[in-house]
Design a protein around this ligand. Structure first.
Ligand SMILES: Cc1ncc(COP(=O)(O)O)c(C=O)c1O
Length: 388
């Protein structure tokens, strides 16, 4: 059998190695506190599950959805108006995604030809780079460095690259660095995209997970943003609907239209009961959003305050469900530190190298366990003396 060359870039990834390490430890009868994969574990509000359950019992809802229901598109438009003060045309400026991962994996196919340049942050959530790779694009990494608070320096992008690039992706609050970017960055981004005729994709998966009373909005609020690009949003974290797979591509009608056309040839749309759950999630009582935010914030406090007390110097994240922390100076590679940390404490985290070249020297911890488990992780790290 012969397989596609493109598969060669997807060798055994870090996440499979982490899964193997986890399996071995569990097989040896030892405990694991898994902070490696960012799988949200806060369930949706009852009203959302009830809306889905009701729709599931309707036999008419088992046809191919083919396209987004008008009621859902209208609800999404109302949500963006209410929450972000952004006006969207439901017919041309919104497209559902089977989770934003679906959009991130495929959108480059509708914009880039093989050899075209796509600019992605470094470090980044892996599909940001894998999507364009699948499309055969060339990647230009935009570093996100500690000395710039992990904000991309658009002025450092070589003129020649900017002229050639067709598409760029940015995302704050950021996975994995947990950084947020100032409004000035976004103004510069719109001007940059206009100057070089680059399509912008802003991934806003963590728009609601910002802490300490901070506020966050939408890229599309900026004047001119809709002329240059689109935003992805997701109900996975905000509404605890990760497994239901619900996301949206919103903004520029040409970009949205191309993605719709591509997707109409790839899938038959979102299961109708999931569309019903989405409508309920974004239209009903929004107190669940604040509760979810508060839960992640408490987990962050338990983990970060405890680990800092244990001697691990790190920044407390302003948002997201991640903590981005430097490895001790005695380690050269993040993967070696991750192995040692697991051996000595049972705490499993993700090496920064999994997120791109600039991620080396860091690890990412996901706030996906209860406060009690976060406290247990802290206790284990303290007991191990690894940072003493
Ligand atoms: C930055 C970012 N974008 C997108 C996703 C994918 O989310 P979804 O569940 O909507 O596919 C994730 C998931 O962790 C993420 O961290």
């Amino acid at each position: 059998m012969e397989f596609a060359k493109r598969m060669e870039q997807f060798g055994e990834g870090v996440f499979s190695r982490l899964a193997e390490m986890r399996k071995e430890r569990v097989a040896a009868g030892k405990n694991v506190i898994d902070l490696s994969i960012g799988a949200p574990n806060i369930p949706p509000a009852k009203r959302i599950m009830e809306a889905m359950a009701k729709a599931v019992m309707d036999p008419a809802n088992y046809v191919y959805a083919i396209s987004d229901r008008k009621a859902m598109l209208d609800a999404v438009a109302r949500w963006y108006q209410r929450r972000y003060n952004v006006t969207l045309d439901p017919d041309t400026e919104i497209c559902s995604l089977l989770g934003s991962q679906d959009g991130l994996a495929h959108i480059a196919l509708s914009i880039l030809d093989p050899g075209d340049i796509m600019m992605v942050p470094d470090p980044c959530y892996p599909i940001f780079a894998d999507g364009p790779r699948i499309a055969g694009a060339e990647l230009y990494y935009m570093p996100q460095k500690k000395e710039h608070d992990y904000v991309i320096q658009l002025g450092d992008i070589p003129e020649e690259v900017a002229r050639k690039a067709k598409f760029m992706l940015v995302s704050y609050p950021n996975n994995p660095t947990a950084a947020m970017a100032p409004i000035e960055f976004y103004k510069e981004l719109v001007a940059f995209a206009k100057k070089y005729d680059i399509i912008v994709l802003h991934d806003n998966a963590y728009s609601e997970l910002v802490f300490d009373g901070r506020e966050w909005g939408s890229f599309l609020e900026l004047p001119g943003a809709k002329e240059v690009g689109v935003e992805f949003n997701s109900l996975s974290k905000t509404y605890g609907l990760a497994g239901a797979r619900i996301g949206y591509c919103l903004g520029n009608s040409k970009v949205v239209g191309m993605l719709k056309t591509l997707k109409s040839n790839m899938d038959y749309g979102m299961f109708l009961p999931i569309q019903a759950a989405a409508i309920e999630a974004i239209s009903g009582d929004q107190s669940i959003v604040a509760e979810t935010r508060a839960a992640y914030e408490r987990r962050r406090d338990v983990l970060c305050d405890g680990l800092i007390e244990a001697g691990w110097q790190m920044d407390k994240p302003p948002g997201t469900m991640f903590v981005w922390a430097p490895i001790p100076a005695s380690y050269e590679y993040s993967e070696a530190f991750v192995k040692d940390l697991l051996d000595k404490t049972g705490v499993l985290v993700t090496p920064g190298s999994a997120f791109g070249p600039s991620g080396e020297g860091y690890v990412r911890m996901a706030l996906v366990q209860s406060e009690e488990d976060m406290q247990r992780a802290v206790d284990e790290v303290k007991k191990s003396g690894i940072f003493a």
